[in-house]
Design a protein around this ligand. Sequence first.
Ligand SMILES: Nc1nc2c(ncn2[C@@H]2O[C@H](COP(=O)(O)OP(=O)(O)OP(=O)(O)O)[C@@H](O)[C@H]2O)c(=O)[nH]1
Ligand SMILES: [Mg+2]
Length: 293
Amino acid sequence: MKSGFVAVLGKPNTGKSTLINALTGRKVSIVSEKPQTTRFKLRGILNRPDAQIIFVDTPGFHQARDALGTFLNSQVTGSLREVDLVLYLVDGSREITDEDRNLAAEIKKSGLPCLLAVTKKDLCRDEQIESIKKEVEQMVPVRGWVSLSAVQGEGLEELVSSLINLLPEGPALYPEDMVTDIPLTIQAAEIIREKILHNTYQEVPHSVAVEVLKIEEKPQKNLLEIQAEIYVEKDSQKKIIIGREGAMIKKIGTLAREELEYLTGKKVFLALQVKVKEKWKEKEAFIKKIYRS
Ligand SMILES: Nc1nc2c(ncn2[C@@H]2O[C@H](COP(=O)(O)OP(=O)(O)OP(=O)(O)O)[C@@H](O)[C@H]2O)c(=O)[nH]1
Ligand SMILES: [Mg+2]
């Protein structure tokens, strides 16, 4: 039996969360086309008869411009101290940038074994993949590489076999029916945030934080009452989230409620409140409170 933790690292938007969801067959982590969707470490567990792989999803490593960016990057570098192996994702459909290079330098510094995955194979030519592989090999020593498309499910089996090969011997570390260890409060907050990411544009998605304050169970009614706060940085953003005559907040609430009902198998009553917290992305204490770290 092989088992261990694999940090899934890459610059923003390389497809880390999409890949973990595809591998585990569940929505462990929210996904959007906007960079910096993932804001903290999330674990997704893949069980095989001969192995248990615990994937650690991480925020996209980038050039930080505020306290939130610094916090996100610290989640990435912190994950390097917790894992057995690194899965380094590089987007096959884009040029390699300094963000890829800076991350490669962090991985190299960690001394951890690293497997390269060139992602979004469905969007690129074979020559592109080959040239990315060559460039990455100059940046960090890799123990192997795969190219894959998480969206089309291509290359995933090869990836899993390569990871199992590199993992240490060991027993399963989590129960076999467990896919994630994320508590419902965080899952609910992420689902709400995802609906906002999918329905708002420009600076709004990046200025949103969601905190679930309370989840109350009413077993006799098979009901969950969930109370959450949506934080934005400016009054103008609050107006966008609420929408004309409350249309946007209603849409976000309905979409989130439906998904939470599907996830929990219970009826959900969702109470959302939008609050302005000026410059929260500059406030480390606020960020740590929201992300409970
Ligand atoms: N065509 C294609 N698109 C993909 C693939 N994998 C991910 N995407 C898209 O790329 C975008 C980013 O995906 P995410 O999984 O959120 O990327 P991420 O690396 O987790 O991003 P951050 O959390 O922001 O660092 C989304 O729009 C995905 O649908 C793929 O294999 N092919
Ligand atoms: Mg992500």
